[in-house]
Design a protein around this ligand. Structure first.
Ligand SMILES: Cc1ncc(COP(=O)(O)O)c(C=O)c1O
Length: 367
């Protein structure tokens, strides 16, 4: 079968070396806490399988975090042997059986789930490994203190289950220090109620990337990092570049309209380049008329609406532009950079969405 990467020039290039440097930085700052690398949602769009295998081979993290069973099974099938924590709430409950058979670590957020995992372990004929999730203020999944303590008591000492960890998730680590402190206090007190020696044998964790780097009091035994590892957080090196090439060039006269709904009108004669990248690739339509891409080392504005498969750029100021020239939609060209964080701001969203929403039409090239 021909390699589809050989055709359309649009691609996401992912630097494994950048991910390595980012993870090493997180590990250095968070030590002695270890690093769980969050590779859910296809590693935030960066490609979970090659990245996880690379990190496993280079011993860059202790474990991985995924959202659901399907993501975990894909990694196991690809040869990932490190511990895999499923961060989501497994449902239907019989998925616990598959999780246990594949040596996954499951999250237990309710007494009901605790009973179900015990039963699943019996049916699987194998010990289940789990982390208890404590609700401290995110109000997504997790047990409040009394339930968390009951879950711990119900599961510890059971032959079928090994309670290996306990964790919580911060809702506003970088944005609301007071609320974050309350969440951490609640978590700390919950750990103390697990009883003498109880929580000390568990892997305790709360920090996401921001907290891991900036909040020493959030680190405990493990930090769960995604954003920093992908370099989408201040002070880290972006791992993903989104690139394409000019496929068409035209000169238009003053008054010409460009794209759907005549969403751009030329105020003067101009040169326009068409690039095969659109919202069908995950390049958000909210970037219409706002974002810039790099051509010939210059910033070129997206003209009018982003269409499903193409965008038009103002390349009037680019000298000697031709079909085939490289276009950088995210990343660096010469002295200029377009960052996912900047695009997120223009689109009214967060950097997580900018990379995670890149679709499967965009080949990921890892090097
Ligand atoms: C439970 C959990 N832990 C950790 C993370 C990682 O967060 P970040 O990418 O900000 O490091 C996420 C990401 O959404 C998460 O849902």
């Amino acid at each position: 079968m021909p390699d589809r990467r050989l055709y359309r020039p649009t691609r996401a290039e992912i630097s494994l070396a950048a991910i390595k440097r980012n993870l090493e930085r997180v590990a250095a700052v968070a030590a002695p806490a270890r690093v769980l690398f969050v590779v859910k949602a296809d590693a935030y769009g960066h490609g979970a399988v090659p990245i996880s295998l690379y990190c496993q081979e280079n011993r860059l993290c202790r474990s991985f975090g995924v959202a659901c069973l399907e993501e975990a099974l894909e990694l196991r099938a690809a040869g990932v042997k490190l511990p895999l924590l499923v961060l989501g709430s497994l449902y239907p409950f019989n998925s616990f059986i598959e999780a246990i058979k594949n040596d996954l670590t499951v999250t237990i957020s309710s007494l009901d789930a605790a009973r179900q995992v015990l039963e699943a372990a019996r049916l699987a004929g194998k010990k289940a490994s789990c982390h208890i999730k404590v609700e401290t203020g995110m109000n997504r999944i997790g047990a409040r203190r009394p339930s968390a303590v009951k879950i711990f008591q119900a599961l510890s000492g059971q032959a079928g289950v090994s309670v290996e960890g306990v964790y919580t998730h911060l809702s506003s680590a970088g944005a609301d220090p007071e609320y974050t402190a309350q969440q951490l206090d609640y978590f700390r007190e919950t750990l103390s109620e697990f009883g003498r020696g109880g929580a000390r044998d568990l892997v305790r964790h709360a920090a996401n990337s921001w907290a891991a780097v900036h909040l020493p009091g959030s680190r405990w035994d493990l930090v769960r990092t995604g954003l920093a590892a992908y370099g989408c957080m201040d002070g880290f090196e972006p791992a993903l570049s989104l690139k394409s090439r000019v496929v068409f060039i035209k000169n238009v006269r003053e008054g010409a309209s460009v794209s759907y709904d005549r969403s751009f009108r030329a105020a003067a004669p101009m040169k326009i380049a068409t690039v095969p990248l659109g919202y069908g690739d995950g390049y958000l339509r909210a970037l219409s008329g706002k974002a810039e891409m790099l051509v010939g080392g210059r910033r070129c504005r997206v003209l009018g609406n982003v269409t499903m498969d193409m965008v038009m750029l103002d390349v009037t100021a680019v000298e000697r532009v031709s079909v085939g020239d490289e276009v950088v939609a995210i990343g660096r060209q010469g002295a200029e950079t377009v960052a996912a964080a900047g695009l997120a701001e223009l689109a009214g969203t967060i950097p997580y969405e900018i990379t995670t929403l890149l679709t499967r039409r965009v080949p990921r090239i890892h090097s």
